[in-house]
Design a protein around this ligand. Structure first.
Ligand code: FAD
Length: 289
């Protein structure tokens, strides 16, 4: 099923994101995680895409296929383009089509000094346009409530986001954030700019201190005082920090749903226990239209 069809009624779409196992681990190591996540009946599960190497693209496609066929959940395959040629992309799209995958999250990918940039695709919008020209995939795109790190302003970033939507992205998934007000402010500007596609809010439950430090360095999410206090209070108490992190994510989600968010995209970090606790807490809320 195409992801856009999930937004046809007024219910909040609820989705998960997972990443493939390390290259040194067999693909089967993800099965138990998938089994438990699929039991929670998300609207879809998206699978991240590595650095763009040959192995990575097949791993994402393989896991997306397993999600669909073995676990009966609609998958979204992430696909980056900055280090790919058009021929590389055509090859992956062929593989996805052959496997019956209908949904792609089209991304540029991060600029990495260790991975050569190819010239065929400069921005995610180029990839979206390329896919929509010859293929029937549903295409989603990424968005940044606190502005993408390379953009000089939110206005510039939103103008660029509009190009991605005009190129054919009909659904957006946001970068993680801990401050709902940042999301609401972004949403208002995006709507004013004429971006009218469903926008899912990216929520990452924080369950350990290293994780948050890594994430904040990577994506630059701002940390509200309430969040910082929580981290300080429970530093050194892993179980308490995990429980507080889950409670914080639930609080964010309840507020977002009450404010009519289109969807919640949960960065599960391949942790079914945390996903279950959150899903059980908000299950009855997402079914109210
Ligand atoms: P773009 O949309 O191309 O934006 C990148 C920058 O270019 C922005 O500053 C933007 O303002 C500017 N820009 C965009 N379009 C134009 C244009 N037409 N003209 C001029 N400027 C433009 N990375 C992975 O490697 N694998 C993953 O699986 C993955 N999954 C992700 C999932 C989500 C939900 C999110 C939010 C991010 C994900 N990323 C992933 C990270 C992503 O690849 C990086 O954030 C990357 O730096 C930008 O990708 P993008 O698709 O948003 O790029």
């Amino acid at each position: 099923m195409k992801i856009i069809d999930k937004f046809q009624n007024d219910k909040t779409v609820f989705s998960f994101e997972i990443f493939p196992p390390k290259r040194t681990s067999p693909i089967e190591t993800i099965y138990e995680t998938l089994e438990q996540l699929s039991d929670l009946k998300p609207d879809f599960i998206s699978v991240t895409y590595g650095t763009g190497s040959r192995e990575d693209k097949y791993t994402t496609c393989e896991i997306a296929t397993i999600i669909k066929e073995k676990y009966n959940v609609d998958p979204v395959a992430h696909l980056t383009c900055i280090s790919s040629t058009k021929e590389d992309v055509v090859e992956v799209l062929g593989e996805l089509r052959k496997s019956g995958i209908e949904n792609i999250l089209a991304l540029r990918g991060d600029i990495n000094p260790n991975i050569p940039i190819k010239e065929d695709f400069k921005h995610a919008s180029d990839l979206v346009e390329f896919i929509k020209k010859d293929y029937d995939f549903h295409v989603s795109g990424a968005c940044y409530p606190e502005t993408h790190g390379e953009a000089t302003s939110m206005v510039e970033d939103i103008i660029n986001l509009k190009k991605k939507v005009d190129a054919g992205a009909t659904h957006l998934m946001s970068q993680l954030f801990f401050d709902n007000n940042a999301f609401y402010s972004f949403l208002e500007k995006a709507r004013i700019a004429g971006i009218n596609v469903p926008i899912e809010a990216g929520i990452m439950p924080v369950i350990n201190k290293n994780q948050i430090e890594r994430m904040v360095t990577m994506c630059g999410a701002s940390l509200p005082n309430k969040f910082v206090k929580m981290m300080q209070k429970y530093d050194g108490h892993p179980q308490a920090l995990r429980d507080a992190g889950i409670a914080y994510a639930i609080d964010q989600i309840v507020d977002l749903i009450s404010n009519g968010v289109d969807g919640i995209h949960l960065y599960t970090m391949n942790n079914p226990y945390v996903a279950r606790r959150i899903t059980e807490s908000i299950g009855s809320l997402i079914n109210v239209d």
